[in-house]
Design a protein around this ligand. Sequence first.
Ligand SMILES: [Zn+2]
Length: 81
Amino acid sequence: MAENFYDEIEIEDMTYDGTLQIYHYPCPCGDRFEIGLADLLDGEDIGVCPSCSLMIKVIFEVEDLPQPPPGPGQAAPPVPV
Ligand SMILES: [Zn+2]
C-alpha cells in the first residue's frame, strides 16, 4: 500500500453534519476533508479534501456511527441487484 495520507483522524475529532450526513475535518489548505456517513457505513474510511486532494484515514467503529434514518415504511431493506 503506497497511499499517502495526510493524517489519521479519530471519528470523534471530526465534525458531524446531521443535515448532509457527512463528517468533515479542517484541511491545511483551508478547505476541509469530507466523508459521508453512508460511506463509513459501507466500510469506507478515507476522507478526501475536494480542493487539494489530500486524504485522511478515519479511525472509527461502525457501532459508534449514528444510524441513518430508515426510509418511509422500510427498515434497512436489502439492496436489490
Ligand atoms: Zn485541502
